[in-house]
Ligand binder design. Structure first.
Ligand SMILES: [Zn+2]
Length: 381
């Protein structure tokens, strides 16, 4: 027990460690993994994107982690998003403390309620007990309503996937393929074990439209500008550094529209574009340039119009999923949106065995968006 305490203290620093927290399963899980490797797993590539602003780009994992964006205030930190599991937060914070700064976390922002952005919140409550967890009022409500039922529902599917990975590993034709399937099975099993007795942590500070944090180093403008990826997405804009952290409202990948509001989303993005930023640090993938805000808005608008037109003409969801393709969409065929996004998604792919091409990724992404928009049109109207 002494060595575990010593290990965690060494990694996180004494200020972060209370006695009770050693009992927490998150630390036990991380510690067990750490025993077989020299340190905690490094789940993020952390890079400086402006003076006092860092982006932690999540490395590929079977169960996806969101990125984090770290704003370094004069005496403390504001961190946007908390990944898919508490141990990912422990990993991020230890990387920050070793590589960036020992300043304490004062604020954590949940950009939206999704599992891959908010399931790490309990770790911040334990590591940084006095920090404020901020979200929109809507996101707070959605975390409390949706997190547990969705997580429970995912367990069944994940157990089936883990069995499937095991079978595929046994049938693998090369050592490389076998290792890839085994990595997926191991990561899925670790996640299931860690999340088994999970209790979500709710934000304790909420905003409706705006909240501005005035720090000696810079201002941080938290804002809700309309429905988009979810009903409650919040962005964090720093006017002095011209950086905006956007969660999944705006990032380097195809949008996920399963809980989205495609009729509102493009307008929400134009509202966000009122902020004078040059760099976008989104929830997945790498940093994006300012024009991404228009590329993504135009894409969502074009697909949504095509789906609505088809529905009005009496076409079925299945027929539209087949008819609306990368080739029929101007924003994908002629614009920068398609190519850049397909490559970004490909970079995340773990598996040599499935070996997707950019074209197949693109086709699948558009098809998924068409289906989700079809369902969302009922929700929107
Ligand atoms: Zn996400």
């Amino acid at each position: 027990m002494t060595s575990r305490r010593g290990f965690i203290r060494r990694v996180l620093g004494p200020a972060w460690v209370g006695g009770a927290l050693l009992e927490q399963s998150i630390f036990r899980a991380t510690h067990a993994r750490a025993q077989s490797s020299p340190g905690l797993p490094e789940l993020f590539d952390i890079k400086k994107i402006a003076e006092g602003v860092y982006m932690a780009v999540a490395k590929p994992q079977t169960l996806i982690n969101s990125n984090a964006v770290i704003f370094e205030n004069s005496r403390d930190l504001l961190i946007m998003d908390s990944h898919s599991k508490p141990s990912a937060v422990v990993s991020l914070v230890s990387q920050l403390r070793r590589r960036v700064t020992e300043k304490p976390v004062k604020y954590i922002v949940a950009s939206h309620f999704h599992w891959d952005h908010a399931q790490g919140l309990p770790a911040y409550r334990r590591i940084a007990g006095h920090a404020g967890i901020i979200a929109s009022e809507t996101t707070r409500k959605l975390i409390s309503q949706e997190t547990v039922p969705r997580l429970k529902a995912s367990f069944e599917q994940l157990k089936i996937s883990a069995e499937d990975y095991k079978k595929k590993a046994a049938e693998a034709k090369s050592a490389q393929e076998k290792a890839a399937w085994e990595k997926m099975r191991r990561e899925t099993g670790d996640y299931l074990r860690e999340m088994e007795n999970f209790t979500p942590e709710l934000p304790d500070l909420t905003l409706t439209d705006d909240l501005i944090i005035h720090d000696k180093s810079h201002d941080l403008h938290l804002a809700f500008r309309g429905r988009g990826h979810t009903a409650g997405d919040v962005v964090v804009f720093c006017p002095q550094k011209k950086v905006i952290a956007t969660g999944d409202l705006l990032h380097g990948f195809f949008p996920f529209i399963g809980d989205g509001f495609p009729l509102d989303w493009p307008r929400t993005l134009l509202n966000v574009a009122q902020f004078d930023f040059t760099q976008i640090a989104g929830g997945h993938g790498d940093l994006s340039p300012r024009q991404r805000v228009y590329q993504m808005g135009n894409y969502i608008e074009e697909v949504t119009e095509a789906v609505a037109r088809g529905r009005n003409a009496g076409k079925s969801r299945e027929r539209l999923e087949a008819e609306i393709t990368p080739a029929t969409l101007k924003t994908v065929a002629d614009g920068d949106f398609g190519g850049a996004t397909a490559h970004a998604i490909l970079e995340l792919r773990l598996l040599p065995p499935t070996n997707p091409t950019p074209a197949s990724v693109l086709t699948e992404a558009v098809k998924t968006n068409v289906g989700h928009i079809w369902a969302a049109l009922d929700r929107n109207s």
